[in-house]
Ligand binder design. Structure first.
Ligand code: NOJ
Length: 736
């Protein structure tokens, strides 16, 4: 009892000291704000890309933040100008896109999501924070929380895929990892949740395009990860380029004030995306840059990234009464609060020798390798060709076998390719490697070298073909209409198959490609996305069976890009596909017009996707048994206790990602066919059975209903415990 009291006392003290620190910060913000001229306030709201070339403006207090400076010597130099030469000595906030690692590059975020492992993702973000803050960067533009249900959109690489729950879990893990224990710790890297909002729903997957999303769907699908990350303490938020239902986010008052500040109580800082304020002119939503500036600031933006409109026009807008001093003061408060929170006034400088010392630390590389191991998804393994026999002879070929730059993936400004371990470098530790380079990059169409590879294959026990996408084919502004492998990569796989040797295909890509025809031409396929610095070692271990695949698809894999957008948690249609309808080539000639018995599917691409969300094989097999829930009917304040036994029925020690899905059978609006509500990673030795338990609060079944209220509606539900979103038997229950 005494211990409990002591713990409570400590917790109360901790809370009150946090509250005191917060009050102290608010007081310092107000004191500083009092001393500032309007020009100095506007200066804080201005962010530019660059460093010393802006010395004059920094000294004049015209810049509050810089991006893209990562040399600690330059960071200190500009910081010295801000602190020592500007009138009030307000330090700069130095920022950078540290998206999946700084020097040590982790798998792309989509790959990290495939791990379904929040611990490994949090660790990755911490490594990124340690490495980048050592260079003087204290603010990253990550995590990207955009729900992405269309792989044609190149930026699917940067997020956690199609599911709001997975997105929230991964986002929170990243925020925790970046920001660490204390904001004023020098290794705290302020997170920026982006892009608020709906950017991933760009029509047709065309980057920057319009998104039509209803308020209900924003709230049920696109907001949850933002809300979860803000509740977890995310310090900043970025507005998106796109409009939602005609309103560009950077000028969306409802979004930035009513939802973000009023409903969610966000007291962090809001920054535009790069010139997204200025782009409202091109959208036809603002007359000119001055108008765009007024719209952005009045909507609730605090800082302008690179439109230069705030610095140019804010003063006049205040003088003309189009912007109030109170509005400006609020924006500046949010900026100063962040700078005080980060301890920048006390610690503006960085130890210039630190960055190189911490980059690529052995424990960072080990964490990146672990993440790459867990992010690979085994999609096919005919005849258990994988793992390959250690010390056997393998032919290694394909454009991604030794592509140190491309293997890092999109948004890797600071990863250095000389540190990349490619598969070709790593495979020698486990196999006798014959390397015959064929295609030299993913779009290469030159097939002349295939013959030499086929000849060399005669001496090999198996062939491993590394294919995929160059880093630049995904990411911002790199949308595609076709998702097949580029260049002659499919031909290469087919040519290897023609040798009669077992063919293993490893795909390193920025998105879920349409690989159905390639699956038919190989025995096994390991889908690793872009795996980062340590990808080669991770893949070599997986191919050799030193590690066992456990990754699961964070996005649905399509048969054909024409199926996009296609996602597992879609609303139920009145004519769900049954899987036995007539397909294109079975339609009789001169068939009469009919829609009877017809359901929602494409005639020409089969009924469903190629692989459902959550899918992924292992070298072993798992058996789920005795799945049960503790009650038939629950109150809204209850928790659902789920229990099951999981057995490893195969030969390898391995980890299964257990997924829990729920369906609300009847709602006041149409509900998704399934929704992920929980997951857990369970590791088992061969033959081992573990009794597993999981709990879901009934309150987690709430959604924004017909009346736009966030409620759990009473009624019937179903629940699945399974290895992917398409498996398992439904258990029914009721909520009273
Ligand atoms: C534009 C991108 O949309 C955003 O994600 C990024 O953080 C900024 N540029 C800064 O580089």
């Amino acid at each position: 009892m005494r211990i409990k009291h002591f713990v409570l006392l400590l917790a109360a003290l901790a809370c009150s000291s946090v509250a005191m620190a917060q009050a102290d910060i608010e007081q310092r913000v107000e004191e500083l704000l009092q001393k500032m001229t309007l020009e100095e306030k506007i200066g804080q709201m201005n962010q530019v890309s660059g460093g010393l070339q802006f010395s004059k403006e920094i000294a004049a207090g015209q810049i509050g933040s810089v991006l893209n400076i990562v040399d600690p010597v330059e960071v200190n130099a500009i910081q010295r100008i801000a602190v020592e030469q500007s009138r009030l000595g307000i330090p700069l906030l130095v920022s950078r896109d540290v998206i999946h690692g700084f020097r040590t590059i982790f798998p792309i975020p989509l790959g990290m999501a495939a791990t379904f492992d929040t611990a490994v993702v949090e660790r990755g973000a911490r490594v990124a924070a340690v490495e980048s803050t050592a260079a003087g960067v204290r603010w990253t533009f990550s995590p990207m929380l955009d729900i992405a249900r269309d792989s044609r959109w190149g930026r699917v690489a940067e997020g956690s895929g199609e599911d709001p729950y997975l997105d929230s879990q991964m986002g929170v893990a990243m925020v925790k990892g970046y920001q660490g224990e204390k904001f004023d710790d020098p290794t705290c890297l302020a997170a920026c949740v982006k892009h608020f909002v709906g950017y991933g729903a760009a029509e047709g997957g065309r980057d920057y395009n319009t998104a039509m999303i209803s308020e209900r769907s924003l709230r049920n699908t696109y907001f949850p990860a933002f809300k979860a990350c803000i509740d977890a303490g995310a310090l900043t938020l970025m507005t998106s380029f796109n409009d939602v239902d005609g309103v560009p986010s950077t000028g969306n008052k409802w979004l930035l004030k009513d939802v973000l500040r009023q409903e969610w109580g966000f007291d962090g800082m809001v920054v535009t995306d790069w010139n997204s304020s200025g782009e409202m002119v091109m959208h036809g939503f603002a007359e000119d840059l001055k108008d765009a500036t007024a719209i952005s600031i009045n909507a609730g933006v605090d800082m302008d990234m690179m439109s230069f409109g705030f610095i140019a026009h804010t003063k006049t807008l205040v003088e003309e009464g189009k912007l109030s001093m109170a509005t400006i003061d609020n924006a500046v408060r949010n900026i100063l609060r962040l700078k005080f929170r980060l301890g920048l006034f006390e610690n503006p400088y960085v130890d210039e020798s630190l960055a190189r010392k911490v980059a690529y630390a052995p424990e960072h590389l080990a964490a990146a390798k672990q993440c790459a191991v867990e992010s690979a998804i085994l999609l096919q393994n005919k005849g258990d060709v994988l793992p390959l026999k250690q010390n056997s002879t393998i032919l290694v070929t394909g454009p991604m076998a030794d592509a140190p730059y491309d293997q890092l993936g999109t948004w890797t400004f600071d990863g250095e390719e000389q540190y990349t371990v490619t598969p070709l470098k790593a495979l020698g530790a486990h196999f006798n490697v014959i390397n015959v380079p064929t295609l030299t990059y993913s779009r290469d169409k030159e097939t002349k070298s295939f013959k030499a590879a086929q000849k060399a294959a005669k001496k090999a026990d198996a062939i491993v073909v590394f294919v995929g996408e160059e880093a630049i084919l995904s990411g911002e502004a790199h949308s595609l209409s076709q998702l097949n492998l580029q260049g002659a990569q499919s031909e290469l796989i087919a040519a290897m198959k023609a040798t009669g040797k077992p063919v293993v295909v490893v795909v390193m890509a920025g998105r879920a490609l349409t690989i159905e025809r390639d699956l038919a031409q190989c025995d096994a396929m390991l889908y690793s996305f872009h795996p980062g610095t340590m990808g080669g070692e991770a893949l070599a271990d997986l191919l050799a069976g030193v590690a066992v695949p456990s990754g699961k698809a964070p996005m649905t894999f399509l048969r054909d890009s024409g199926q996009a957008p296609f996602y597992y948690n879609h609303p139920m249609t009145g004519r769900p596909n049954l899987g036995n309808e007539t397909l294109l080539n079975d339609i009789p000639l001169k068939a009469g017009q009919t829609s009877l018995g017809c359901t929602s599917f494409y005639l020409d691409s089969g009924y469903g996707p190629l692989f459902p969300f959550g899918y992924g094989l292992s070298y072993t097999t798992f058996e789920y048994k005795n799945i049960s829930i503790d009650k038939q009917a629950y109150d809204k304040s209850d928790s659902i206790h789920i229990s099951f036994d999981l057995t490893n029925t195969g030969k390898y020690e391995a980890t299964e990602v257990v997924q829990i899905y729920v369906r609300d059978l009847v709602g006041s609006v149409v509900r998704p066919v399934k929704e992920l509500k929980g997951f857990m990673r369970v590791s088992l030795k061969p033959g081992e059975t573990k009794h597993c338990e999981h709990e879901i609060a009934v309150s987690d079944l709430a959604y924004w209903n017909y009346d736009m209220e966030y409620v759990v509606e009473a009624g019937r539900f179903e629940l699945w415990v399974a290895g992917d979103s398409a498996s398992g038997e439904a258990l029914g229950f009721e909520v009273k």
